[in-house]
Design a protein around this ligand. Structure first.
Ligand SMILES: Nc1ncnc2c1ncn2[C@@H]1O[C@H](COP(=O)(O)OP(=O)(O)O)[C@@H](O)[C@H]1O
Ligand SMILES: [Mg+2]
Length: 262
């Protein structure tokens, strides 16, 4: 049983300490359904530690000393104990599925484990994953044969449709070939709260809020809004041009004759 209604789910992160032991400067960070947030900062600055705090509902018991509440209180026991009730799906570069199964077998197993009784869930999951990627996934293919981007797309679709997680934590999953705008827009439409740890400027510009990290500390929470609109348009164009060129190279074309960006 889900004690907390997904629509009203409010996650609040309270500050801990920097890597060198000083108190963090922010007051609190609130995460609600539909929030698209990116976390940026150099390698080693504590980005993974930040989303990990959310994943485990830190109670001042992690390396950062942060505290995470659910609707203003201690997270319900069922969230922490029972994976089927956990409202959070975390996907990292190391997220691997059981390699010896086909896509269909893997999804069917997860559908049974989650006791998901809706119809055609397996097909719907593959269909959604395929909206996120150019290279289409087929159900009879082995998981181990999927590309990095296909695996990530499938994991996001799986988290949305099978786990039905209201909160997604995505740790540096920017794979060449994923349709970033489609992923962000779709997750937003479904009212998911999404935290992207990312070095990808396009994903950063597509998000509503940007958490900046340094030395294990949140140093700023930015909401640039329309002031970055021009950059979003430029970066979107560049990203689409790059995707096009990538696809042409992938199918064996020699580029020439057509001017770059035309
Ligand atoms: N606030 C903090 N206090 C102490 N150690 C931290 C803190 N934040 C991160 N760390 C540690 O620093 C290391 C790098 O952090 P990590 O989150 O992996 O960085 P990033 O994901 O940005 O590359 C990890 O070992 C992590 O446990
Ligand atoms: Mg990391």
């Amino acid at each position: 049983m889900n004690i907390v209604n997904d629509e009203q789910l409010l996650i609040t992160v309270y500050p801990g300490y920097t890597k060198t032991g000083e108190p963090e400067g922010f007051e609190s960070i609130e995460i609600r359904p539909g929030d698209i947030i990116t976390i940026v900062g150099p390698t080693g600055s504590g980005k993974t530690a930040f989303i990990n705090d959310i994943e485990v509902f830190a109670q001042r018991d992690t390396v950062t000393g942060r505290n995470v509440t659910v609707n203003g209180g201690v997270p319900p026991e069922s969230f922490v104990r029972d994976p089927a009730n956990k409202p959070i799906a975390m996907i990292t570069q190391n997220t691997k599925c059981l390699a010896d199964l086909t896509v269909d077998e893997f999804l069917d197993m997860h559908i049974i484990a989650r006791n998901n009784k809706e119809c055609n869930t397996c097909e719907k999951t593959i269909e959604l994953a395929n909206r996120f990627m150019g290279e289409k996934i087929r159900g009879e293919v082995r998981i181990s044969a999927l590309s990095g981007g296909q695996t990530r797309s499938l994991m996001i679709a799986d988290a949305v449709i099978i786990s039905q997680a209201p909160i997604l934590l995505l740790d540096e999953i920017e794979n060449a070939g994923i349709f970033k705008e489609e992923v962000v827009n779709h997750l937003k439409k479904l009212n998911k709260a999404v935290l992207f740890v990312t070095h990808d400027p396009y994903i950063a510009l597509l998000s509503d809020r940007r958490i900046v990290m340094r030395n294990g500390e949140v140093t700023a929470v930015l909401e640039p809004g329309d002031s970055e609109k021009e950059f979003l348009m430029k970066v979107s164009q560049i990203d689409h041009t790059l995707s096009e060129i990538r696809e042409r190279i992938r199918v064996g074309e020699v580029l020439g004759g057509v001017a770059f960006g035309s």
